[in-house]
Every structure is written in C-alpha cells, then in structure tokens.
Design a protein around this ligand. Structure first.
Ligand SMILES: [Fe+2]
Ligand SMILES: [Fe+2]
Length: 353
C-alpha cells in the first residue's frame, strides 16, 4: 500500500495509544508485516510488542556507536545480525531512547571518588583545635568547657592536631634528654579525652600531626588506631573522625586544617575564604586573627589553639623569626553567627573565670 501522510499519522496515533502491531494491522486493514515495516521506516515508536529493544541489541548498538558507525551503517549491521528490518531512523530513535551517545564515556565504578568530606547541618558548635596533646593547655580546655556550659553547646568540632604524635615524628628531636614515647603521650592524652566527653558528639578531622603516624608507618597504622588505644570507650562512643582535612557546616562555613601556612596571620584563612566562598575557621597556623576577604562577604578566622606553648620543645629550644603563637577557639551558632575567644576576651562577660 502507499503510505500517505494521513496513513502515517494514523499509524502514529494508534501506536501512541498502545495498540500492538497485530491490532493496528487489523484496524488499518493492512498486513502485520506492512505495519511493522512502516513503523521502522517512519521511526514511529511505541510500547508495542515489536518496538522494544532488548539489552543485547542496545549493547550492540552502543558498541557500534563507540566504533564510529553512522546510523545508516548501524541499521544495516543490526538488520543483518538480528534478522529483522531496522531503518536508520529507528536506530536514531533507539539511541535517544536508551541514552546511547557517541562521546559518552562509561563510568569506572571501581575508581575512588574523594567526595566524602563531612557536611554538618547548621547548629551550635564549639570549634577548638591544635591541642597537641599531651602538650595541651588545661587552662584553655577548661575555658572552652565553661563557655560550652554557659552557652549550652553540646557538639564539638576539632579541626586537627588533637594529638601531637611527637614520639613518631621524622626529624630529630631537639630534646634528646627527654624523648617522647607513645606511653607518655597516651597517658597525657587520656585526660583530654575525658574532658571532651563533656560533649554529646565530637567531630575530629585529620591534622598533619594525626598524619604523622600514617606517614611513619607507610599507612599501616592510622591515627584512629592510636586513639582507640588511648581511650577506646570514649573514642567509639563520642568521636566521629574524618581523614579529610576539612569539613563543611551548612552552606556558610568551611573548617579546615590546611597544608598551606603563612607567617601572616589570617592570610591562609582569607585566601581559603576567597577560594571556597565561605567563612573559614582555620587551624594549623597557631595564630589568632579575623579578617574579611576582598569581597567583604566572608570571614577568615585563625582559631589559635589549645596547646600550651611552654610544653612544646622546638618552639622554646630553637629561636626563629616565626611569629609567636596565640591560644584561642570559637563558637559558631545555628544562625551562622560566630563568637571568638582569645587571650583578651572579656571572660567575665561570659561568666567564665
Ligand atoms: Fe598544630
Ligand atoms: Fe597542624
């Protein structure tokens, strides 16, 4: 029969209504073969019994597309291989229907994606870092607990260097008469764990000092193994640990223990704020500072730290031009405000000794 526009439109209408080839043939008073050929020829797709492409045909289609064959060439190959009439238009429709694209790379499902940094919901958080336990400051930890108590803070974020891992560092220890051991560090760190047990949850991210054990043992022993030895019960009950050196809070904050360092306080924090378009709470530098970035939108905060500088050998035994350190910590609130605590904070205002 001659396929006029009216006939093709009728064929399309019936196909869209879900009629099978046999039903269409009956309605239009034509043979099933004629209906089938016309649907292929005019690229009319439907849910009919003979339109559906099975996995084997789709896979072969994908293969031929990757090899660079045209739709016309593919139609000939598939017609022959599957022993049926497949037009070029039908191939084109099948490619669209099954998402078979010429430049579509298959996903490598086995390759690791580094997109697992922690994202926390906005909430009230104590943020304190760089305890360098057992060289921590009891005074500053006590201050942070008092502030948490006064402000009703139940969650604590520690952006790295909770433990010093002095015993496993690579470079020579200047305190040759007083080399550190893991036993001593573990004993000195346990009280810090007990203090942190005050919080309902502690979120720790990895600093370069946590990383020391990993580097020294070629990854065979991780900081988390040491933390388990130091205080397994509190570690398992309270801590959440990330090997990423950053975490995100809502869409306003990034809290980080970066590889970057500058002797200019707030410099790294502000540059990270400009990079991530978030307020930055920055550990690692051991300075206390706050400065807005160039846009005037984002704060770069150096958090100071919870160390006791008098306990850190290399700072005191070796003299450099590096700036001295400041203690400090911060509280961020669910409504994205920040409270900064440092040596010149009016502690009495907060009801703290
Ligand atoms: Fe540090
Ligand atoms: Fe650090």
């Amino acid at each position: 029969m001659k396929w006029t526009d009216d006939k093709v439109n009728e064929l399309e209408r019936l196909t869209e209504k879900g009629f099978t080839a046999k039903q269409i043939a009956s309605i239009m008073e034509i043979s099933v073969k004629s209906a089938e050929e016309a649907r292929h020829r005019y690229g009319i797709l439907g849910n009919g019994d003979w339109v559906k492409w099975g996995d084997d045909k789709v896979n072969r289609l994908q293969e031929l597309v990757y090899k660079g064959f045209s739709n016309e060439a593919i139609s000939k190959i598939l017609s022959k291989e599957f022993d049926e009439s497949i037009e070029g238009k039908s191939v084109e429709n099948a490619r669209q229907r099954h998402g078979v694209l010429k430049h579509c790379l298959e996903k490598d499902s086995e390759i690791k994606l580094y997109d697992k940094a922690i994202h926390l919901r906005p909430d009230n958080y104590m943020v304190c870092c760089d305890h360098h336990s057992p060289y921590h400051s009891e005074r500053w930890i006590n201050r942070s607990l008092q502030i948490a108590d006064v402000m009703g803070i139940e969650k604590c974020i520690i952006p790295g260097d909770l433990i010093d891992n002095d015993f496993i560092k690579f470079y020579p220890n200047p305190r040759v008469e007083d080399n550190s051991t893991f036993d001593r560090e573990a004993k000195g760190t346990r009280p810090v764990f007990e203090a942190l047990d005050y919080f309902k949850e502690v979120i720790l991210i990895k600093g370069n000092h946590e990383d020391r054990v990993n580097r020294a043992t070629d990854g065979k022993i991780q900081a988390r193994h040491l933390f388990e030895i130091i205080g397994r019960e509190i570690w398992e009950r309270k801590f959440r640990y990330s090997v990423y050196d950053k975490l995100f809070v809502g869409d306003k904050w990034i809290i980080v223990h970066p590889r970057s360092y500058s002797q200019i306080s707030a410099s790294v924090a502000v540059r990270l704020a400009e990079k991530f378009h978030r307020h930055v709470l920055n550990a690692h530098g051991h300075f206390f500072a706050m400065r807005y970035d160039r846009s005037g939108q984002y704060m770069g905060v150096d958090l100071g730290g919870m160390y006791d500088m008098r306990k850190v050998g290399y700072v005191n035994l070796k003299t450099t031009t590096h700036p001295l350190w400041n203690n400090g910590f911060a509280v961020i609130t669910a409504d994205n405000k920040v409270h900064l605590f440092h040596e010149n904070t009016d502690w009495k205002y907060y009801g703290v000794d």
